[in-house]
Design a protein around this ligand. Structure first.
Ligand SMILES: Nc1ncnc2c1ncn2[C@@H]1O[C@H](COP(=O)(O)OP(=O)(O)OP(=O)(O)O)[C@@H](O)[C@H]1O
Ligand SMILES: [Mg+2]
Length: 361
């Protein structure tokens, strides 16, 4: 068990590519931290620096407050799992797991006991004599996980370990990995670009963009209090709807207006927005915060462009200004393309952003 600290870590490839820019981050003892961000934002580079597979251009990496920035990988006591499993093809499952334990000069009995423990946890006890070519992708990934936890590392790094698996297996492995973490309590950094995977697994999520951290927080923090338009648009499916609107004071009330609607804002929110002082805002509305209502309560009405039934609910899309607004509605009554839909907002859950800085107001 350990803590991991990155202090002002920067990675520059050649002159042009700034892959990671001044990254500072602390992973708590036993924490399951998820690094989330779009392709190319520097997640793998950050992980490789922690593992010692990539040199740090500037900054420091500390494990249990010991500076490991210049230590070779094998001296860092870290296990890393990659997307492509990287199990050794010429060794059986047992050998794959036992190899690193032998290097640690563990005696035969302890090795057998440890292997049994980890294959039990990863449910591959029946496969010990097989070679990787005789295993499915999901089984190979389990071998990689078993091998990584067997050495009881201080820090466990996983770089998109589930992305080669089909959707159903991904879901199962997600649950199992989290359960294994709950049992081993190894300090873990898990990399993904899949926001739903991140939200379902993380103690805390670190959202990255262009080599920098945009927001760190729990799933609720990043979902309910997204720090800017990028985060609000990246987290959640369907994503947040963004609507351009204006703030207008009239007879002591603050109105939020748009060609489609005119909404009086409640006092508490209004005073915060008055401080903001600008006229133009972008409002962010989560798909579950657009409500289907009776005509009499409608804030606005539009015709349905497409409806996507999902079994437990339906996703309704309408054309709105130059974009498409999507929201979730109960599966019944069914909304069909061309139907008039009457909508209102859950006004307590509206998010306001500055159109210039894109930051949360
Ligand atoms: N060895 C390298 N030499 C030059 N540029 C590199 C090298 N490795 C990565 N990069 C660049 O650094 C940036 C970050 O890459 P990185 O692989 O860390 O992204 P990522 O967030 O892991 O993306 P993905 O989700 O696609 O795996 C990218 O612009 C990439 O092209
Ligand atoms: Mg990557």
């Amino acid at each position: 068990m350990a803590t991991l600290k990155l202090i002002n870590v920067t990675k520059q490839f050649g002159k042009k590519v700034l892959a990671v820019n001044d990254l500072s981050l602390e992973v708590h003892d036993g924490e399951f931290l998820v690094l989330l961000g779009p392709s190319g934002c520097g997640k793998t580079t950050a992980m490789r620096m922690v593992a010692g597979l990539e040199e740090v251009t500037e900054g420091a990496i500390l494990i249990d407050d010991v500076d490991v920035t210049d230590l070779p990988p094998r001296k860092r006591n870290i296990s890393m799992i990659f997307q492509n499993y990287a199990v050794w093809p010429h060794m059986t499952v047992f050998e794959n797991i036992a190899y690193a334990l032998r290097l640690k000069k563990m005696d035969k009995q302890t090795i057998e006991k440890t292997v049994n423990e980890v294959v039990d946890m990863t449910k591959i006890g029946e496969l010990l004599e097989r070679y990787p070519s005789q295993l499915s992708g999901g089984q190979q990934q389990r071998v990689a996980v078993a091998r990584a936890i067997a050495v009881k590392p201080k820090v466990f790094l996983m770089d998109e370990p589930l992305s080669n698996l089909d959707a159903k297996l991904r879901g199962t492995m997600r649950t199992e990995l989290k359960a294994i973490h709950n049992r081993t309590e190894a300090t873990t950094v898990f990399v993904t670009h899949d926001q739903s995977e991140a939200m379902s697994m993380a103690d805390r999520i670190v959202i990255m963009r262009d080599g920098e951290i945009v927001q760190i927080g729990s799933t609720d923090d990043v979902y309910d209090r997204s720090t800017n338009i990028f985060v609000a648009g990246f987290i959640g499916t369907p994503p947040t709807n963004f609507i351009d609107a204006e703030l207008i004071s009239e007879n002591g009330d603050l109105h939020l207006t748009n060609p489609h609607f005119d909404l009086v804002i409640d006092q508490e929110k209004a005073s915060a927005l008055k401080e903001y002082g600008k006229r133009k805002v972008v409002i962010g509305v989560r798909p579950e915060d657009v409500l289907l209502v009776d005509e009499a309560q409608a804030l606005f009405s539009e015709s349905c462009l497409v409806s996507e039934p999902q079994g437990s609910h339906q996703v309704v899309a309408i054309e709105f200004d130059d974009s498409i607004l999507k929201f979730v509605a109960p599966s019944q009554p069914k909304v069909e393309a061309g139907d008039t839909v009457n909508m209102a907002f859950n006004t307590e859950q509206l998010h306001f952003f500055d159109p210039d800085t894109e930051g949360r107001i």
